[in-house]
Ligand binder design. Structure first.
Ligand SMILES: [Zn+2]
Length: 129
């Protein structure tokens, strides 16, 4: 019984870690693009600024996702993982498998209507029943 729980925690940990690496790689790529923008000539300034704005917006979304993934990893370490941050109900394993960084149960998620970052991350929502 306990072994099962440990097993799935390891699975979530792996998923979360993979996601973290993926997000950090994306963020690293964007930072590099920003650094490149510094070397552009003044004529390209407006284009560069527009690009920078787009990359910063993207970075903000990615940073938000990264924060969620990191806090999920924290909760795994502290043993609080899988409990809804709002009502303390256990989040269903089905939902956690689709969305390992989920912080709220389906009910609270629906009520809260979530922020844009959460929306972007919630690709698996239709699977969570
Ligand atoms: Zn809840």
């Amino acid at each position: 019984m306990n072994g099962n729980k440990v097993n799935s925690i390891k699975t979530y940990q792996k998923e979360l870690f993979n996601k973290k690496v993926e997000l950090m790689t994306s963020l690293g790529f964007n930072f590099k693009r920003l650094a490149d923008a510094d070397r552009r000539s003044e004529d390209d300034l407006i284009v560069a600024l527009r690009d920078e704005f787009l990359h910063l917006s993207l970075n903000r979304v990615l940073s938000g996702q990264l924060r969620e993934v990191e806090s999920a990893l924290d909760r795994l370490n502290s043993g609080e993982y899988g409990a809804c941050a709002n009502c303390d109900t256990s989040i269903s394993s089905k939902r956690l498998q689709a969305l390992p960084w989920a912080t709220h149960c389906v009910d609270c998620q629906d009520k809260a209507c979530a922020g844009p970052a959460q929306e972007a991350v919630s690709l698996g929502t239709s699977l969570t029943g």
